[in-house]
Design a protein around this ligand. Structure first.
Ligand code: FES
Ligand SMILES: [Fe+2]
Length: 343
């Protein structure tokens, strides 16, 4: 069985839901990083993510727990927990138990999604989830795109995929022709792996129109750690995408993909229309082709890279190592010398 060999507890931001899935009415149950968790939304709209078990006697807060105002109420004895996971009320005592806590994860809602910060050593977040529009700085806003959720999303839970696979896809120029059946030759214009947020841009000249360096489109991507990537494509179908891979346990991850399709000029439909749906399905299909490979792949380490591949993959794999604290397992991701792989 093709199982991830990279550590499954990397540090970073990971998507655990789309925003619309977390309401005040239902305590949402989920499992990530081998832990049972709950997500809930307070009356004022703030989302919190906890370990699932009550700090009193350990009831699972997702089976009968409910939201009251800004607190989550346990179904067993009615103890109340605020969004930081602090006990704020014991209904049959004069005072809460101030020392008692449920583990609460840092949460942000951005790009229609709920993200948690996971760090095995419990360090505070040291980078951010990039905003799909502000981060590309081209003046476009969500209003220029059809609303993506839920109509142009893909959810594939429980796949044997590691978050790093999809990051490597960004520097993998050779797969386009084979996996995506698009005979493109990407020309990388930016490889910036200096910080925890990396940038990879490339332009595309289609094979049959490639004479005279005819560059007609490109992709920009911003990778915030291993769990969060946002991309902007220009020239082709005007779209932005957000692939997100979140480890569930030592072997599997949930994969989510959100696609924003640029509106046709003058089209103000409140929802994704037929045109948008056709385009979104096309983009999602391409991503599914990648998933088909990733979910059956056995991560190659060291990889047998060709000469042209060496630089991009090496930079990417070195960059990835920073997200594996020692306590998350052995670091991995070395590469072979290109001289060895040349044949
Ligand atoms: S176990 Fe939650 S209040 Fe007792
Ligand atoms: Fe791909």
């Amino acid at each position: 069985m093709a199982r991830p060999t990279l550590p499954m507890q990397p540090t970073g931001w990971f998507q655990v839901a789309w925003s619309t899935e977390i309401t005040t009415d239902v305590v949402h149950r989920m499992k990530y990083f081998g832990r049972d968790m709950v997500a809930w939304r307070s009356a004022s709209g703030q989302v919190a993510v906890f370990d699932a078990y009550c700090g009193h006697l350990g009831a699972h807060l997702g089976y009968g727990g409910h939201v009251e105002g800004e607190n989550l109420v346990c179904p067993f004895h009615g103890w109340e927990w605020n969004s930081d996971g602090r006990n704020v009320c014991i209904p049959y005592e004069d005072h809460p138990n101030k020392g008692r806590r449920v583990r609460s994860y840092p949460v942000v809602e951005r790009n229609e999604a709920v993200w948690i910060w996971y760090d095995i050593d419990r360090r505070a977040p040291y980078f951010e989830v990039p905003d799909m529009f502000a981060a590309f700085g081209d003046g476009k806003t969500a209003a220029d795109y059809y609303p993506p959720v839920p109509a142009s999303t893909l959810y594939r839970p429980g796949l044997e995929i590691h978050p790093q696979y999809i990051m490597e896809n960004g520097v993998d120029f050779a797969h386009f022709k084979y996996v995506h059946k698009t005979p493109i030759v990407p020309e990388f214009t930016r490889h910036d792996f200096d910080g925890p947020v990396s940038y990879v841009d490339f332009t595309v000249a289609f094979d049959d129109s490639a004479d005279a360096g005819d560059i007609n489109s490109g992709v920009e991507s911003i990778n915030a750690g291993l769990g969060c990537a946002i991309t902007k494509s220009w020239g082709m179908v005007d779209n932005r995408t957000m692939p997100a891979v979140t480890p569930v346990d030592e072997y599997t991850s949930d994969v989510r993909f959100t696609v924003w399709i640029g509106r046709k000029p003058g089209d103000e439909s409140p929802e994704l229309n037929r045109y948008g749906k056709t385009m979104a399905d096309f983009v999602i299909e391409q991503f599914e082709a990648d998933i088909e490979i990733w979910s059956h792949q056995q991560y190659a380490d060291p990889a047998g890279l060709s000469r042209k591949e060496f630089q991009g993959f090496t930079a990417l794999r070195r960059w990835a190592q920073q997200f594996y604290p020692e306590s998350a397992g052995a670091t991995s991701g070395s590469v072979t010398d290109p001289a060895v792989a040349r044949s």
